[in-house]
Write a protein that binds this ligand. Structure first.
Ligand SMILES: *Cc1c(COP(=O)(O)O)cnc(C)c1O
Length: 393
């Protein structure tokens, strides 16, 4: 079968898919159906934290599946989802968790929970930020502060407004007694890899405390060890009331979570919210493996690798000052701002066997498997160097 053509003929056209069909993977390396080898610095968009073909994930999934229960309803308990909840709460310092399947779904749960929290006092408004990204379902896309994602889909969910990221004054100018929550990515991902300023997160926390609003962190991308801490906000020491997780949580299987802290952990009552597949036993078992690996030293290794990557990208910035205008990020969530179209640089890198993706309209994004080595980072950056050099000639 010609998979690429058959895909073009049979999928709805939601993705601008590239003409490559992946077949198998090991560590940070992917192989396509022609046998061509690629070094992958996208990792399924920050999903495959432990890399491809991880033996612990494989044996865990195998064990659970051999017991025969691929799925069991949330009408009952199962040991894997219970273990995952306990393990995640322990790692995150949260009190209660709701499991779902995607980042958007976790953020939907956060939005509903916040509205329910505000119900007794009639407060409904939620503040989000420009350049944010929270997913594609109606609530999540409305929370996403990027006009291009709303175009053609009006009307959006009401009572959601936007302030300017890293600008506390713009928040204070908006927030009045009709607000019940603020949702923010501690490091903006899709919008261009932009870390929050410490004073900004501290200011949001203080404002939420003063006004009894819920502070929601969307850690879907910047959670699960990505930045060198289990959750990006731990760099800042500013805790949330709610935290959404997804991407790397399920070790590559679909799993997301909304973690609740204190007063925000006990808002939902039976019947308020549900998800048929949420907290799937196999994905839950993998989540425990992922957290164990991250806390067992992997997360700690990320900061040094991230600094190695940053130093390499800074060298490119010195070498190509006209093209590379900024290097920013935290741990292995890094962005290189470029003046050439990122898509053309990324296409050249792919031809040369290195997989990268973009963020925003002018950023080449690096969210590789966390198991990447410094040698692999060096290979990727030297290929990127060649690609930029050729783009200039
Ligand atoms: C990817 C992402 C989402 C959406 O996750 P889905 O699983 O695609 O619904 C939400 N928030 C952030 C910060 C993300 O990076």
């Amino acid at each position: 079968m010609d998979y690429i053509q058959t895909g073009k003929d049979n999928f709805m056209h939601t993705y601008a898919q590239l003409d490559v069909c992946f077949d198998r993977g090991k560590g940070c390396w992917l192989y396509d159906t022609n046998g061509k080898k690629y070094l992958d610095l996208v990792g399924g968009i920050a999903v495959n934290a432990l890399g491809y073909g991880n033996e612990k994930l494989i044996s865990t999934a195998e064990k659970v599946m051999k017991e025969g229960i691929f799925h069991v309803s949330n009408l009952y308990y199962n040991k894997y989802t219970v273990r995952a909840a306990e393990r995640l709460n322990r790692a995150a310092g949260s009190d209660r968790v709701f499991f779902a399947n995607s980042g958007a779904e976790a953020n939907e749960a956060a939005l509903k929970l916040a509205r329910k929290y505000g119900y007794p006092t009639g407060r409904t408004k939620v503040l989000s930020f420009e350049h944010s990204f929270h997913g594609r379902t109606y609530g999540a896309i409305t929370l996403t502060g990027q006009e291009k994602y709303h175009k053609g889909f009006a009307p959006m969910v009401p009572d959601i407004e936007y302030a300017t990221y890293n600008d506390l004054e713009s928040v204070k100018a908006k927030v009045d007694d009709s607000y019940i929550a603020i949702i923010v990515e501690p490091v903006q991902g899709e919008g261009g890899i932009i870390p929050a300023d410490p004073a900004f997160l501290q200011g949001l926390r203080q404002l939420c405390d003063e006004k009894d609003m819920l502070l929601i962190y969307d850690c879907v991308q910047c959670g699960m060890g990505r930045t060198g801490k289990l959750f990006a906000w731990q760099h800042y020491g500013v805790r949330p009331d709610l935290m959404s997780l997804a991407k790397a949580l399920g070790g590559g299987l679909p799993l997301s979570a909304l973690c609740g802290y204190g007063k925000a952990s006990d808002v939902f009552t039976p019947g308020d919210h549900a998800s048929t597949f949420g907290g799937n036993p196999v994905a839950s078992a993998l989540a425990v493996t992922v957290i164990d690996e991250l806390e067992g030293g992997l997360a700690d290794s990320v900061l040094a690798k991230g600094e190695h990557l940053r130093a390499k990208l800074e060298e490119l910035k010195v070498k190509y000052p006209q093209v590379c205008t900024d290097v920013r990020g935290l741990g292995l969530m890094m962005g290189l701002e470029v003046t050439l179209p990122p898509a053309s640089i990324i296409a050249k890198c792919r031809e040369k066997g290195v997989i990268l993706c973009s963020a925003g309209y002018d950023v080449v994004r690096f969210v590789p498997p966390l198991v990447i080595t410094e040698e692999e980072i060096d290979i990727a950056v030297s290929v990127l160097d060649e690609a930029i050099d050729e783009s200039l000639n």
